[in-house]
Design a protein around this ligand. Sequence first.
Ligand code: ADP
Ligand code: MG
Length: 307
Amino acid sequence: MIQLYIPLNFLGVLYREIKQSLADMEKLFSLLDQNKEIADKPAAPVLQLAGNASPEVEFKRVNFSYEEKRQILFDLDFTIAAGTTTAVVGHSGSGKSTLSRLLFRFYDIQSGSIHIGGQNIMDVTQHSLRQAIGIVPQDTVLFNDTIGYNIAYGKPGATKEEVIAVAKAAYIHDFIESLPDGYETMVGERGLKLSGGEKQRVAIARTLLKNPVVMIFDEATSALDSKSEQMIQAQLKQIAKSRTSLVIAHRLSTIVDAQQILVMDKGRIIERGTHTELMALAGAYAQMWERQQHSYDTASNAIEAES
Ligand code: ADP
Ligand code: MG
């Protein structure tokens, strides 16, 4: 019995591992599959940018669905003036993260158009488009490599000094130094598992190194404690300054200074304006604001379920 039990148990483990890697492969293929129709036009030019100046970003009557039968974004129309910050707020599932994926051209839209510096993103090379945009996603995926590599990825050929400088700016340097192998510590699925907040700081450092003209920040503030959040917020304001930025905000208190706030609901923009204008409107935004103020009064660290 025992002789039989051990190999079977071993097979069980093996089976689980094989199944898991098949699942990973499936994920990979579905990812490739999803994006197979996204291709550069023949002889597509590169995105033209005026030096380091941040360009205007424009969504013109954008309609989008991931799947045929379910439309996600409806007639989305807005402009982010060059060098300004637009914040997007709204309930979970309203389409905020989808916006950022479309600007990066992870998916093509069904109708309407998206422009950067007056150029339709479908007409320029994907490479030049993605060079121009830095994205700090809600959920950062790390490569199975060293933490140093994961930051340096933002800029091929970056020096050690540059990597350390951005790690300091993203408040992750001290943490990295405290690890046994420092910047050489392996992270990712097969290495040290980082917390959500740590991963996000790696993503911020990576983006700082890339130094893009357009910034997308999909806030995942729930991953950070409130002290780190304040530090990161100050840092992000600094990054966003004079850069065209799209900030998907969970805590409204972080976006009161944005030049424009879009309130989304079920794939539509239902309100837009500055914080002051939206408060005066006394609509959905003002209600969300009241609710968040209240939840912070009662529990100072409460995270709104409003992501
Ligand atoms: P938010 O960021 O505002 O929470 P998302 O943009 O992530 O919302 O999602 C908007 C809607 O699109 C949701 O209903 C979500 O289920 C759907 N969705 C998101 N990603 C996909 C996908 N890859 N395939 C199909 N539907 C998706
Ligand atoms: Mg989201």
